[in-house]
Design a protein around this ligand. Structure first.
Ligand code: ATR
Length: 280
């Protein structure tokens, strides 16, 4: 691959990604490639920060235009926002902040990317009449549950720790259960779409399947939000049973394109959709 030197001046817009510990992130490659192709006078830099407060201070001092906010700051960034999108408001988590004259605007492109990915995968406009199992009850699960509710689906939240499943389910009157035999049995009534949101099976963790005792009928649509490995044990098993499957890459790249839109104030160039990938 060719190396391009891009001149950086006082006018160059600065964007970046923050988190702690900041994992080697695919987003700098994504944004810098787009800036390069589009000849945009902007750079995208990883900013590890040991508190969201110190990141915000730095961002204001050096006039950062926009930041992708990753784990563990998606909730703690909320008090620093001047304005929250409806999704940020309803989910209580923000992964994209954009500087404005009044202060920071906060968006949740994880939810937008997830929803687009799910709707295209299922070939639907909403989830009316659909029964969905959501595996996991962490931050990702909360965003997924909020979107399934907004799309008018009915869901079962399954989690190793049952009380956390209840906390996710309660605001939407969804069903909830622990990931034991009874929970797995309940899945049979919520098996149109299965969405795996836990970190179980994610590299470099050991290969594992959080719903290993569930028998796929082959009719379920199965989405695992993990993208490394490209096929988790759960997806391999689902596919072998005849299910249609989708991993988390599609959601990830869609959320990055939405971030581009908020950062630049214009649509992601359609001609770049097939050209610019996320890579580490
Ligand atoms: P995220 O923001 O990625 O959702 P999180 O808030 O740490 O991260 O949530 C991690 C999810 O993975 C939780 O649902 C967690 O289950 P618990 O609430 O019981 O901790 C789930 N998880 C992690 N390791 C797991 C394991 N070994 N078996 C089953 N579930 C696991």
């Amino acid at each position: 691959e060719q190396f391009h030197f891009r001149e950086i001046t006082g006018k160059t817009k600065i964007f970046g990604v923050t988190g702690f510990p900041l994992k080697v992130s695919a987003s700098p490659h994504f944004f810098n490639t787009v800036f390069d192709i589009e000849k945009t006078d902007a750079v995208y830099i990883p900013f590890p920060a040991d508190s969201i407060h110190s990141l915000i201070r730095l961002a204001e001092e050096i006039r950062i235009s926009g930041v992708s906010v990753t784990v563990p700051y998606k909730e703690s960034v909320l008090p620093f926002l001047f304005c929250k999108s409806d999704l940020v408001q309803s989910i209580g988590a923000c992964n994209t902040i954009v500087s404005s004259a009044d202060g920071w605007m906060g968006y949740n492109t994880d939810a937008q990317g997830f929803t687009d990915s799910l709707l295209e995968f299922s070939g639907r406009k909403d989830l009316r009449g659909k029964r969905v199992t959501i595996v996991g009850a962490g931050g990702v699960s909360r965003a997924v549950a909020a979107e399934v509710y907004r799309l008018k689906g009915k869901a079962l939240i399954l989690n190793r720790t049952a009380v956390r499943a209840r906390d996710v389910a309660l605001p939407y009157k969804f069903a909830w259960a622990s990931l034991d035999n009874k929970g797995i049995e309940m899945m049979e009534k919520y098996a149109d779409i299965i969405i795996q949101t836990t970190s179980v099976g994610m590299e470099p963790l050991p290969d594992a399947d959080p719903i290993e005792f569930y028998h796929f009928t082959g009719k379920e649509l199965v989405m695992d939000l993990i993208y490394k490995p490209a096929k988790t044990r759960c997806l391999v098993r689902a596919e072998a049973s005849g299910c249609r499957i989708l991993n988390g890459y599609d959601m990830l790249i869609r959320q990055a394109r939405y971030q581009y839109t908020y950062f630049m104030g214009k649509e992601f160039p359609p001609s770049l959709i097939s050209r610019v990938k996320l890579q580490e």
